[in-house]
Design a protein around this ligand. Structure first.
Ligand code: KG4
Ligand code: ZN
Length: 343
């Protein structure tokens, strides 16, 4: 280990990191000490946005403003810490809904400023990328990460911590968006991913013939054609070949998971990495987790994915990204807007 990294590792060992995540519709605060999560609080706005069938940005930022102070005090109380115990403050600074980001980011920055502590802006996707470390500290580069959320679908090669290469991305909708948009069209529920997963249970995933879209870029994704094909299928449906909700949902979920796996498997083979990982809300999907498990076992790969509650948005992953950056990378801590690496 280079001297500089070792020095940083010792310097930031045992520090208390306070993390904020408000990029979409979850107000989330976590506290981590020496890589252990002391508290991980999430105040979800699902009930507020449900009736609109999607997140309403202005409503989301107002709800964050109303929630954040209480959540902050509850987090400190539950961790049995005083304000003065905090050593480092980290917050998501993008990508996400601007009005939502601003609430958490400014609150976090104010806390850091008032305590005269180090403030780290963290990229949301680097947060998802770092989430597996919480439960799997043995995750080490080189590895390939499949990041699948409501806004992004990315295959990222991590050659070393802090050095990320974006191998592929979606050219249109993200995987989570494909779940959400179809669910909204069909009235399956909000958010779409968990709703479709639930309806799919016991369904026949081969019942409805749906495409597995291809792209020009070898490791890119496309989901908008799949969504349109599913909608056309429903519109063209004749009464005599009626399909059950279960079978339709299972077939759609299978098409998304198959598409994700097909490109990801190709990327793993091409890069020859020994380890695979992932994160983002869609990583909570049972079928995707099963297929990743089977693939890893068959090919003798290490698989480190966060449990479902750490796959969807949370602030522990922001603490984890801050901790990882402080202890394992040679990045200058005064210049840690990690997003510039991925986006
Ligand atoms: O990472 P995330 O919580 O927020 C964003 O950064 O977007 O991801 C949210 C996305 C939504 O599209 C949601 O429908 C999807 O993750 N999602 C799932 C599941 N749980 C959440 N998709 C499929 N299966 C799930 N179980
Ligand atoms: Zn996310």
């Amino acid at each position: 280990m280079p001297m500089y990294t070792l020095r940083k590792k010792l310097m930031y060992k045992d520090k208390v990191i306070l993390g904020f995540e408000t990029s979409c519709d979850e107000t989330a605060i976590a506290i981590m000490k020496d890589s252990k999560v002391l508290v991980n609080k999430i105040s979800s706005q699902v009930n507020i946005h449900e009736r609109f069938g999607g997140v309403v940005p202005e409503v989301a930022s107002r709800a964050h403003s109303e929630m954040i102070r209480n959540l902050f005090h509850t987090s400190l109380n539950e961790a049995q810490l005083e304000l003065s115990d905090i050593d480092i403050v980290a917050s998501t600074d993008g990508p996400g809904l601007v009005g939502s980001l601003v609430v958490g980011y400014n609150f976090a920055k104010s806390v850091a400023w008032s305590l005269d502590k180090l403030f780290l802006p963290v990229d949301h996707m680097v947060g998802h990328l770092s989430a597996p470390l919480i439960e799997h500290p043995q995750l080490n580069p080189p590895f390939l990460s499949l990041l699948v959320s409501g806004g992004h679908t990315q295959i990222v090669l991590v050659e070393e911590w802090g050095k990320y290469e974006l191998l592929g991305t979606t050219i249109d909708d993200a995987a989570g968006e494909a779940f959400d948009k179809l669910s909204r069209y069909c009235g399956f529920g909000f958010p779409g991913g968990p709703a479709i997963q639930k309806i799919s249970e016991g369904g026949n995933e081969s019942k409805v013939p749906l495409p597995r879209p291809k792209t020009v870029g070898e490791f890119d994704y496309s989901f908008s054609g799949l969504k349109t094909a599913a909608i056309y299928y429903l519109q063209d449906l004749k009464h005599e070949d009626e399909v059950s909700r279960k079978d339709f949902a299972a077939s759609y979920q299978e098409a998304i998971v198959d598409s994700l796996m097909g490109v990801f498997e190709k990327a793993v083979k091409e890069t020859n990495v020994p380890t695979i990982s992932g994160g983002g809300g869609v990583m909570a999907n049972k079928r995707l987790r099963e297929k990743l498990g089977t693939f890893a076992e068959k090919d003798g790969l290490n698989l480190y994915i966060p449990s479902p509650s750490l796959s969807t948005d949370n602030a522990a992953m922001i603490c984890s990204a801050a901790q990882m950056n402080l202890t394992t990378t040679d990045l200058n801590i005064n210049d840690v807007r990690l997003s510039s690496i991925i986006n």
